[in-house]
Design a protein around this ligand. Structure first.
Ligand code: KIV
Length: 267
């Protein structure tokens, strides 16, 4: 599927479900679950690599994990999910050249056919326009942008009228710059709903209410495997507990099984 085809989903009122994946095992599972779009999010920095923010993950690590995701898909190539990969912190904030090189490296060497990046400041808009001119589809990301954690924290965004208007303006600017879709994270649902109505491109929510054109979730959050669960992320099963208990049963059984004779006892 081409990234721009998601625009026709919005036109026909078809909802878009996006799940994250970070390796071949998670890719196999989300593909089998029917996700048509898979995000290799930089949340893997926290969920998989154990960092406390998304900032430390490198371009090389994003590439390594995206390649593993590609190896995990089992459907014929034309039936595999569309893969979007996050551009990590500092791979696009230092200018257009560096951004083209980073995004190009991901697209050239992995199954990703689009990149996602955060924010809508004038410099970011220029980067997005350049990437799109170079043939690289871009998804935007507004609201809570975790790469700005030291400025925004993990608080809900757009709480006052001024920042609500700013988000609406930024959404329209990202659309004008050529993004094929936007993620909106952790904002009041009425603001996401208002922005959605103004956009021609799909608005994909997380912690932004139901009135979006689609939803994205961190798969590890849904499965109850994340160490830190964001307040707006639902947990479908207590995965960590389930897995720990079942493995504990196995370990205990091994520990209680009859002692294996030592080599000396054998003789
Ligand atoms: O990194 C990520 O997983 C994301 C989602 C939260 C949208 O950006």
């Amino acid at each position: 599927m081409l990234p721009t085809e998601l625009i026709s989903y919005k036109q026909t009122g078809r909802s878009i479900a996006i799940l994250t994946a970070w390796d071949s095992m998670s890719a196999r599972i989300v593909e089998a679950a029917g996700a048509e779009v898979v995000l290799v999010g930089d949340s893997l920095s926290m969920v998989v690599l154990g960092h406390s923010t998304t900032l430390p993950v490198t371009l090389e690590q994003m590439l390594h994990h995206t390649q593993a995701v590609g190896r995990g898909f089992k459907n014929p190539i034309n039936k595999q999910p569309l893969v979007i990969c996050d551009l990590p912190f500092l791979s696009y904030q230092c200018g257009e050249e560096k951004a083209v090189e980073a995004a190009g490296t991901l697209i050239k060497n992995s199954c990703a056919s689009a990149v996602k990046l955060e924010g809508a400041e004038p410099e970011i808009i220029e980067v997005i326009e350049r990437l799109i001119r170079m043939g690289i589809p871009v998804m935007g990301h507004l609201g809570l942008t975790p790469q700005s954690v030291h400025q925004l924290g993990y608080r809900r965004q757009a709480e006052d009228l001024e920042s609500q208007q700013k988000i609406i303006d930024q959404g329209l600017k990202l659309q004008e710059a050529g993004c094929f879709a936007l993620v909106i994270e952790h904002v009041p649902s009425n603001i996401a709903a208002k922005l959605r109505k103004k956009l021609r491109i799909p608005l994909i929510g997380i912690g932004a209410g139901e009135e979006c054109d689609g939803q994205v979730r961190v798969t590890a959050d849904l499965l109850g495997l994340s160490e830190k669960q964001p307040p707006f992320a639902e947990k479908l099963i207590p995965g960590s507990n389930l897995f720990t208990n079942i493995l504990k049963e196995w370990v205990d059984k091994q520990n209680q099984s009859p002692k294996i004779p030592t080599t000396e006892e054998h003789l």
